[in-house]
Every structure is written in C-alpha cells, then in structure tokens.
Ligand binder design. Structure first.
Ligand code: COA
Length: 160
C-alpha cells in the first residue's frame, strides 16, 4: 500500500539516502543529515508497504513564499504519480498556511510545469538567492531553473 504523509524523525536516514542517491548523480543538491533532522517537520514521505520510496519538503521562506526542496523518488517506482503526489501535498500545506507563492529551483522544470508551475526568474526570490544560493558552490555556475506556482487567485479549498 502506498501513502504520502508527514515524515517522522525515524525517516531521516532513509530521506538522506534517497536524496544522496540522486545528488551523487547530479540530479539535485545534497542535504546533510543534520539539516534533514532540523527540517524534518517540512518533509513528506511516500511509503510503499512501509518503505520510504519518495520524499520532498516545503520550506517556508517568509510571509508569502515557500520552496519545494529535496524532491526525490526511488528509481524503480518512478512514473507512478508519486512525485506529483508529494508536490501536491506540499502545495496543500502552502495553501493551508496562507502562502501566496511556492517556488522551486530544479533541473527538471518540465516535471514542475506538469504540476501547474510556470518558469520564473530566480531573482524573483531574492531571499533565496542572497541568503542561500550565495553560499552554494555552484552559485556562479548554477544550472537550476526557477519555477513558481501562484496561489493568490486560487479558489480551491485546502485539504484538511
Ligand atoms: C523528478 C521526479 C521527482 C518525478 O517523480 P515521479 O514520481 O517519477 O513523477 P510522476 O510520476 O509523479 O510524474 C508526474 C508527471 O510529470 C511527468 N514527468 C516526470 N518527470 C518528468 C521530467 N523529468 N520532465 C518532464 N515531465 C516529467 C510525468 O510524465 C507525469 O506526467 P503526466 O501527469 O502527464 O502523466 C523523479 O523523477 C526523481 O526523483 N528524479 C530524480 C531526482 C530529481 O530529479 N528531483 C527533482 C529535482 S528538483
């Protein structure tokens, strides 16, 4: 049985392993295990028969903005809607918190466009660029693409 739910502290090692697997292949940025423990309340996990097979997190950046981070799905269960389900839960959380916009920096903009995001200029998110990107070793040679989902005019009822 597959379910997507908030992560538990005991999921941190599995989240780290999954993110590290894709980061080692250049598909996403690494997240140190300590950062995952600190941010565990931001994380969702997809569980298939108890095993963590997907993860992603919603990081609040300020009064009106949050970022989807560390989205990763295990290789043998991709293309089954798990990534989309994780993003959808992160966006539901963003609506519940009353956020105006959700963005992501990604090497897979096409995936996010399928989830309703639009291409954006990273400079629309100065709090990200000047607080975090500047410390990233890839800052001057960043290949990530910014995508954004505007929730301001969204009339859908948030899932409780
Ligand atoms: C990107 C990733 C999270 C997608 O997860 P997934 O569970 O395989 O994706 P889903 O099955 O939910 O796909 C949802 C839709 O997006 C599409 N899609 C998936 N990956 C895509 C990509 N790289 N580019 C364009 N569209 C993509 C699917 O075809 C599907 O379309 P549909 O709704 O028309 O059927 C997964 O491939 C992954 O973990 N990749 C490695 C790590 C990574 O790249 N993370 C994201 C970087 S920020």
């Amino acid at each position: 049985m597959l379910c997507i739910e908030p992560a538990k502290l005991s999921d941190a090692e599995a989240i780290h392993k999954l993110v590290t697997f894709w980061a080692d292949r250049g598909d996403m940025l690494h997240r140190p295990i300590g950062e995952i423990y600190e941010a565990i309340r931001d994380f969702k996990v997809a569980r298939l028969d108890g095993e963590v097979v997907g993860t992603g997190s919603l990081h609040i950046m300020g009064a009106d903005l949050a970022e989807v981070r560390s989205l990763a799905v295990k290789e043998d269960v991709q293309a089954k809607g798990i990534g989309a389900g994780i993003v959808s839960q992160c966006v539901d959380d963003a609506r519940m918190f009353g956020l105006d916009r959700v963005f992501a920096l990604t090497y897979k903009p096409g995936f996010f466009e399928k989830q309703g995001f639009s291409l954006a200029n990273v400079m629309e998110f100065p709090q990200k660029v000047w607080n975090e990107c500047v410390r990233c070793p890839f800052f001057t040679n960043c290949k990530e693409v910014a995508v954004v989902l505007d929730l301001k005019d969204d009339l859908r009822v948030p899932l409780a």
